[in-house]
Design a protein around this ligand. Structure first.
Ligand code: AMP
Length: 283
């Protein structure tokens, strides 16, 4: 396995390769990332994983605690990726990625990037789309793998690819959860054991909505919001029911008639956690 830290090393290594799968990450890898690598390994001759904590997608462009406190563990991550069968790890420094400081030209994600997560984290998806566009240009993957855990990110990247004509196929990968139901996340490392217990209300509420949709019961979204808002140790950021492709609010509260996506974000202690579930109507 090659670990490239400069763009030149990366581009040179990829020059004559065919069928490339790209797995973009910010490191602090867990089973969720491993399942992306597994999917990429099954469908491509060459698998490239990137590890880069992108300052552009953090509020204040990296000048914030979430960016500074983001777990960084490159050696451990490289070992995990090697074992998972990755061919090339791209782990550039911020200087390498953005020589001369912040870019002047960005990808702008408009309305799809400014709702939901984008409302709580202004500019986040412009930062994501910009770094992903750069990775697509450097790696030129045939396929790129993104977790359904970040459902809005998948929708934004699909629009990036469609709107800017990137010749890459976007492959979404299902959410991987721990045994207790909490979606795997690098930020879970920052939860104490009591925080983690408090956080479990999030998958429980989503699971309950899934159950209601499947059994044809009214969803009662307001009750779900109240359960999160009143839960010990938890602050509700948002819980919304939206169209899975456009992320437009569906405004359903009764019995579900069409497929839908429920997206939610909560704060537990210092950590902001997101989760989502696709709902399918009772048949
Ligand atoms: P991150 O390192 O958090 O930027 O995540 C890198 C990629 O892994 C993104 O496409 C995420 O959606 C995906 N990912 C993170 N957590 C999970 C999970 N629990 N299940 C599936 N994919 C995930």
């Amino acid at each position: 396995m090659l670990v490239a830290t400069t763009k030149k090393e990366l581009v040179d290594a990829l020059r004559h390769l065919t069928s490339i799968g790209l797995v973009p990450t910010m490191g602090a890898l867990h089973q969720g990332h491993a399942s992306l690598v597994k999917a990429a390994r099954e469908e491509n001759d060459t698998v490239v994983a990137s590890i880069f904590v992108n300052p552009l997608q953090f509020q204040d462009l990296g000048d914030c605690d979430d960016y500074r406190n983001y777990p960084r563990q490159l050696d451990q991550d490289v070992e995990l990726l090697n074992e998972a069968g990755v061919d090339i790890v791209f782990a550039p420094s911020v200087e390498e990625m953005y020589p001369g400081g912040l870019p002047l030209v960005w990808a702008r994600t408009g309305s799809i990037g400014s709702k939901l997560e984008g409302e709580s984290r202004p500019g986040h998806f412009d930062g994501v789309a910009t770094v992903v566009a750069k990775l697509f240009n450097l790696v030129r993957p045939d396929r790129a793998y993104f977790g359904q855990k970040d459902a809005q990110q998948v929708a934004v990247i699909r629009r990036l690819v469609a709107d800017l004509d990137f010749p890459v196929e976007i492959r979404p990968v299902p959410i991987i959860r721990g045994a207790d139901g909490l979606a795997e996340s690098s930020r879970n490392q920052r939860l104490s054991s009591i925080d983690r217990e408090h956080a479990l209300v999030l998958p429980e509420v989503l699971h309950d909505l899934d159950h209601r949709a499947k059994s044809g019961e009214p969803l009662r979204i307001e009750d779900a919001r109240a359960r999160l808002a009143n839960s010990e140790g938890v602050t509700l950021d948002h819980l919304e029911i939206v169209d899975p492709a456009t992320l437009e609010p569906l405004g359903v509260d009764g019995v579900l008639k069409t497929p839908a996506l429920v997206v939610a974000a909560i704060f537990v202690g210092p950590v902001r956690l997101i989760d989502n579930i696709e709902l399918h109507p009772h048949i």
